[in-house]
Write a protein that binds this ligand. Structure first.
Ligand code: SF4
Ligand code: SF4
Length: 341
């Protein structure tokens, strides 16, 4: 179909820098697939002073860096508005990823000019789908606050984490986004990290979506969103045989910063103490030893080496032992630009 052919891979840009900064790990919700792992990420809430000095470590006055402020729930941080303003003064483009509760009156304490994107997480087109995953009453609070943010002039995006529990409802999201006035749609794939890893091990829920289902559903829904004027982005996941494999750990600058001072380059590694850097006394220190960055240069037929090591059950093989699909870097995205505007 033509609309699916308009999806294009967003190549890693030379010099691109993204800082994913977890200001705290506390959260008011207990999503069933939560990827926060307090045993690995700590339970600290960074003070304003520490957050600002850590922001300085990653800022580059000569070029813009994207900063994504996360938690836990980042709006629980009492100084979030001041941190956003300080980050803007350091030339960061700032996004806040919220579960939709918007504590401390965030919409009244920053302006749409000070915040580049306000991103909401929602995992279903109605309460009956979303709330069993994210919590009772969450759908109503989140969609009410999306409407308030859009009405106040903020640039709003929405993140939908696809799993076996909600993939059958993804096709209903573009109409909801149009109704809410949201113009950017990020479709995520469930990762086996944090709570979803634990529940899968206990065989409580198998969250994973098989490749055929993903490929049949996700590009089609992204195309439908684009037809409604919504910019849709989703992870590449499966590489075509003629597409090159690239590890973002080698070709891009991504930092995943946690309040206990761990700094990862690869999000798949966040459940393990194999971070590349550690912040010590407000200095970014590279860690020697067998850590994540030693694995990035390894070339294997399955593509991403960390996926092969940490999520081998995601890979299927032909009878001759070759993988059915190569798995792309989890940070490689496809995008479908709006066609309906
Ligand atoms: S996934 Fe996000 S919103 Fe849900 S419990 Fe975890 S930190 Fe909170
Ligand atoms: S997900 Fe795989 S390819 Fe991407 S940074 Fe991590 S190890 Fe590299």
């Amino acid at each position: 179909m033509n609309e699916i052919l308009t999806a294009k891979t967003v190549a890693f840009q030379p010099g691109e820098r993204n800082v994913f900064f977890h200001l705290l790990t506390a959260c008011n919700l207990s999503c069933r697939h939560c990827y926060i792992n307090p045993a690995q990420h700590g339970s600290t809430t960074l003070s304003m002073a520490t957050a600002v000095s850590w922001l300085r470590l990653f800022a580059r006055p000569d070029k813009q860096t994207k900063l994504i402020l996360l938690g836990g729930e980042p709006t629980l941080h009492p100084d979030l508005a001041a941190i956003i303003r300080t980050a803007k003064s350091m030339r960061y483009a700032v996004t806040v990823d919220s579960n939709g509760f918007l504590f401390h009156n965030l919409l009244d304490r920053v302006t749409p000019e000070e915040l580049d994107y306000l991103s909401f997480s929602l995992d279903g087109p109605e309460a009956a789908v979303n709330d069993p995953i994210r919590g009772q009453g969450v759908f109503t609070v989140c969609t009410d606050n999306i409407r308030r943010a859009v009405a106040a002039g903020f640039s709003v995006s929405l993140i939908y984490t696809v799993s076996s529990l909600n993939i059958d409802h993804l096709h209903r999201m573009p109409a909801l986004l149009e109704d809410l006035g949201v113009r950017r749609f990020f479709i995520q794939v469930i990762g086996l990290r944090g709570a979803s890893a634990v529940s899968t091990v206990k065989t409580e829920v198998d969250w994973q979506v098989d490749p055929e289902r993903w490929l049949a559903v996700v590009p089609r829904v992204a195309a439908e969103a684009a037809r409604l004027g919504i910019h849709a982005v989703y992870p590449k996941v499966y590489l075509e045989s003629d597409e090159p494999f690239l590890c973002a750990g080698l070709v891009a600058e991504n930092y995943f910063v946690f309040p206990n001072g761990r700094v990862y380059r690869c999000p798949l590694c966040e459940d393990y103490p194999i971070h590349s850097f550690h912040i010590q006394e407000n200095r970014l220190v590279h860690r020697d030893g067998l850590n994540e960055d030693r694995f990035f240069p390894l070339v294997i037929p399955e593509g991403c080496v960390m996926n092969r090591l940490l999520q081998p059950e995601n890979i299927r093989y032909h009878a001759d032992g070759s993988p059915v699909h190569r798995i792309s870097c989890c940070l490689l995205k496809q995008e479908v630009l709006p066609t309906g505007v």
